[in-house]
Design a protein. Structure first.
Length: 88
């Protein structure tokens, strides 16, 4: 299992840490942002294939912002998958 750190852009959250193993999300921790919502998202994606989570969250917007915490998490997951692939 590997932990990836991502710094979101354009959202209230400041940092995302993702534990990924063989393309499956083991845990997600988010600093900043809407705590309850982000705990819920983290719980929902735990055990999910990263590719499935990316597909579901990509493009979600927060109000008038062009992105959201779920959208930024999808970007973080894409980067984590790339790093996981490169490490093999």
């Amino acid at each position: 299992m590997t932990t990836y750190t991502y710094y979101p852009k354009g959202t209230c959250s400041k940092q995302m840490e993702i534990d990924l193993e063989d393309g499956v999300i083991k845990d997600v921790r988010v600093l900043g942002g809407c705590n309850g919502n982000l705990q819920g998202i983290s719980s929902l994606v735990r055990g999910m294939k990263a590719t499935d989570a990316i597909e579901r969250m990509r493009g979600i917007r927060c109000g008038f912002k062009p992105t959201s915490c779920p959208d930024q998490l999808s970007i973080a997951l894409e980067k984590a998958l790339e790093e996981e692939k490169d490490a093999k």
